[in-house]
Structure formats: C-alpha cells, structure tokens
Write a protein that binds this ligand. Structure first.
Ligand code: ZN
Length: 374
C-alpha cells in the first residue's frame, strides 16, 4: 500500500514517473514499428464492384490502369483531367477509346481567360462542349478563392454572383459540379512544430495557405452559399467537403443541402483516426458518400482503402502520397454491406447517369443488384 512505502521507495517511484530526456533524433529519421498484435485482414478486391469517383489519370496509360482495376475489382475510374482546352477534349477521347465502360472524365475549370469581360459566357460554352464530348462533370479547384483574380486584379470569391450562370449551366447539362475548396485545417496554420501535418507541408510548401486573404472558414462559407443558391445543381464536395477534421460540420451541411454529395478521396487518414465518429457518419449518410482515391492506381493503395472500409482491423497505415499526411495510423470502419454497396458504387452511378430522369431509372436498376466481387 502506498501509505506504508518508505520515503526511499516513494522517491524512486517519483523519479521513475518524472524522468525525461532531451531527444535529439531528427524527426525524419524516426520510423517506429508498432508492436501491436491484433487481427489483420488483407482484402484483394472490394466486396462489391467499386467506382473510383476521384482520380487523376492524365499521365496514366489506360491499359496499366485496367490491369490494377481488374486485380482489385474496380469497375470504373473517373479521371478528373487537369487539362483544359483542346488537351482536355483529347483526354476525354483517350479514355473513351480505351474503354467507355471502365473510364469517365470530369473536366477542369479553365480560368486562363478570367480577365476577359465575356469570360463566364465563354466558360458556359466550353462546359457545353466538354459535356458533348463526354465529360460527366466539372471541377472547381482550390485556386478559386485562393489565387484566381478577376480583370480588376481582385481575388475572385467563390460566391461571386458573376459565376452563377456556370452553376445553372451544369444543372441544364445534367452534370454535377465538383468543388475542392480550401484544404485541411493544418494547411492554414503556420508550418511550425505544432502543425500536425508538418512533414507534409515541408515537402510541399506551396500547400501552406497561412495568411491567405480569406480564412478557411470564409472559403467554405462562400462555397456553401453557392450550393444553397443552386438547389437544382448537384454538387460533389471532394475530400469530405474539406472538413474531415470536423464531421459534425459536414453532417450539418449534408442535412441543409440535399443537392450535395461528398467524396472520401485522400481522407482515409482523417476518417480512420476517428473510427467511431466516422462510422456513424457513413451509416447516417450512406446515400451521399462516394468512394474516391485521389492516388495513382496501385493494388496496395486500393487494398488499404478496402481494409479501412471493410474490416475492423486496428492501427494500420492509411493510403497516402509519398510525404504522408500526418504521423498517425487508422482503424477499420467495418461497414455493413448495404453501406459499402452505396459508397463503392451506387451513389457514383447516380452521379454518372442518374441526374437525367430517364437515365436515372436504368442507374437505379443497375445499382440494386450488384454482383459481389467475392
Ligand atoms: Zn484530386
């Protein structure tokens, strides 16, 4: 009992629990290996056919992607081309020629002529041309709100009313608008020892937006205003609506905006470190969450996503780009089949085919009877 311990014993104990040392090992040389022993499951193919709704294949040969897709049970990849102008049309053609069933293309908003007075009118025409050629959506990237300037040199707001015809045009063309607005919270903080994504920001200093004209909150508010103002337009907010750190906020937005979907691309790290909250999020919004990877198609990468979504494995590496996103591991969400089916495939099918009523019926039929991969 503690009360009978001698002074000497107590001192030893106090010494034990208060000992510290100056650690001089450089962070970049610290690669601890977990000693945890818990069940592990390695899943070769997604439980159901998977649509990767968020990827970038411009530099990838279709046949190389198809090899990985066949090995992992990926039915289709949506290439968000980063090309504009004729090069974008060429990219649509390249993947349609390769296999129109296995690939689709989302266009990239071209701001190169933003300073011209008839910019929006011409951008609407460009959008129509992209869709005629086969594009299934248009992406507005984070440059809007952070770097794109109008003819007067002022930073263009996301909710600038002059852009409204573009969002109406997307509704008229039956395609969704994808927003990647702002970035993780840590990217808007100083790159210092308190930053949880320090190593990633050191590797990509241009991803740091500390001191931006609009704060992250203001940028998301501008985006949300656009979604609310255009209820007939369907929106997909990439990367868990850029609020993966704060899922209660994403839930409120999804509740307020029935015209909104979110993709989970590049956010297994964020979701997997809060497995209880994230699992509830998936169960509640199973009809509004879309699978996407945002990483070069590789077997290991897809299989980590499957392990994250399908198993109850604990404390393993998340799929990531080379510089990693932060020094933590993730936990599997062990999602039920009816959630996996929607997140892997059916919600994306609705976005790819279902925005037009007559095509929506066939999409719903196709979605109701998926063939399990295993
Ligand atoms: Zn992306």
């Amino acid at each position: 009992m503690a009360s009978t311990k001698s002074n000497e014993d107590r001192d030893q104990f106090v010494a034990l629990v208060t000992a510290t040392a100056e650690v001089t090992l450089p962070l970049g040389e610290f690669h601890p290996k977990s000693m945890l022993v818990t069940p592990e499951h390695f899943i070769e193919r997604g439980r159901f056919p998977v649509i990767d709704y968020h990827n970038h294949l411009d530099s990838v040969e279709p046949e190389d992607a198809l090899r990985v897709m066949d090995a992992c049970g990926i039915e289709k990849i949506v290439n968000i081309t980063m090309k504009t102008g004729d090069a974008a049309l060429g990219m649509i053609d390249k993947f349609q020629r390769a296999d129109p069933q296995r690939f689709a293309t989302i266009g990239w908003m071209d701001w190169s002529e933003v300073a011209k007075p008839d910019f929006v009118e011409r951008a609407c025409q460009t959008l129509e041309r992209l869709v005629e050629r086969g594009a299934v959506g248009i992406k507005f990237w984070k440059d809007l709100g952070l770097t794109v300037r109008d003819g007067s040199g002022a930073l263009l707001r996301i909710d600038d009313e002059r852009l409204a015809p573009l969002f109406d045009q997307a509704a008229a063309l039956n395609i969704p608008v994808m927003f990647h607005t702002s970035d993780p919270d840590a990217f808007f903080l100083p790159i210092d020892p308190h930053n949880e994504r320090y190593e990633e920001l050191v590797a990509h200093p241009d991803w740091g937006f500390y001191g931006s004209q609009y704060s992250k909150r203001e940028l998301l508010d501008q985006r949300d205003r656009v979604i609310l103002r255009h209820p007939r337009t369907t929106f997909v907010c990439a990367h868990v609506a850029e609020n993966g750190e704060h899922l209660a906020r994403v839930e409120r937005l999804l509740e307020t905006c029935p015209n909104l979907y979110v993709d989970i691309s590049a956010r297994a790290s964020e979701l997997g470190r809060q497995p209880y909250t994230a699992r509830q999020f998936f169960l509640r919004f199973a009809d509004r969450i879309v699978f996407g990877s945002d990483l070069l198609p590789e077997e290991t990468m897809y299989r980590l996503y499957f392990r994250f979504l399908e198993t109850a494995d604990e404390y393993f590496e998340y799929p990531s780009h080379a510089s990693r996103q932060g020094r933590w591991n993730i936990y599997g969400l062990h999602l039920p089949d009816e959630v996996l089916r929607r997140v892997y495939r059916e919600n994306a099918l609705r976005l790819l085919q279902g925005l037009q009523p007559e095509r929506g019926r066939s999409a719903a039929t196709a979605g109701s009877e998926p063939t399990p991969n295993r």
